[in-house]
Design a protein. Structure first.
Length: 261
């Protein structure tokens, strides 16, 4: 494959997996590129080179990881990478590296860990939501806004782990929403990008995190908080449905491959 040859000339890679992503009406092909642990090139250096190689192939998205990251994710119970990183999806394997990824894992064990992880992550969301209600009743609106920011940020991070296998390291809700639009459009328009008032609320929400962290003056009113809370409630419903669908699809895939009996 000419594309693979071009990539391997630019970057020292250990493996490439092809992920045919499907969620409701969203479909695209994604290359999961794994760099060896000994790679001298950093991911931030590799990314523009891959973008250049794929410039004539707009049908492909891509993500890059160190192989050890994927191994840790698998050990922690990643349904996403357990599904993707399988022999049938492998389109390139270097002759120089042979890192074992999931030879000692089985689908039931991974699923059990994944359910446990989701429960733990969602408890964090619930705890911050309780904090929001507490500060709202105390009329401490800046701290209520901070708690609400954490509710929505952690909700996005939970969704990212569910659908992408990895969370984005960012405290900007705007950044999480933009990222999720590619994968789950419903979560990419929680704050409508075409609505100036809703985007102002999103800006206000992101400012809540910075104001508490850096002790800045911050103003928000009760009605604005309640409007943002309605967004958090909508996210909760979307992510509950997403979690249910991910579990159902994982079981169906594994049963089809006769590895989940």
């Amino acid at each position: 494959m000419e594309l693979i040859d071009r990539l391997t000339q630019l970057i020292r890679m250990e493996r490439i997996y092809l992920n045919d992503f499907k969620y409701k009406g969203t479909r695209f092909s994604e290359l999961i590129i794994l760099l060896p642990n000994s790679a001298k090139m950093h991911i931030t250096e590799a990314r523009p080179l891959v973008s250049m190689a794929l410039s004539d192939h707009p049908e492909y998205h891509f993500r890059i990881f160190y192989i050890q990251e994927i191994k840790r994710s698998l050990q922690s119970g990643s349904l996403v990478f357990y599904t993707i990183c399988r022999d049938e999806n492998l389109i390139y394997q270097s002759d120089c590296y042979h890192t074992e990824l999931s030879n000692d894992l089985d689908a039931k064990a991974v699923l059990k860990k994944a359910k446990r992880n989701f429960k733990l992550e969602w408890k964090k969301v619930s705890d911050f939501k309780k904090g929001f209600q507490f500060y709202l009743e105390e009329d401490n609106y800046p701290l209520a806004a901070f708690m609400l920011h954490q509710v929505i940020e952690l909700s996005y991070r939970t969704a990212e782990l569910l659908i992408m296998g990895r969370e984005k390291i960012s405290h900007a809700v705007r950044s999480h929403q933009r990222l999720m639009y590619r994968y789950v459009p419903e979560l990419g328009v929680i704050f409508n990008p075409d609505d100036e008032e809703e985007m102002s609320l999103l800006t206000l929400l992101d400012e809540a995190y910075r104001s508490v962290r850096y002790e800045l003056i911050y103003l928000i009113n009760r009605n604005q908080l309640l409007e943002i809370l309605s967004k958090a409630d909508l996210m909760e419903k979307e992510i509950a449905a997403l979690h249910k669908l991910v579990i159902t699809q994982f079981k169906a895939r594994m049963q089809a491959k006769e590895v989940f009996q």
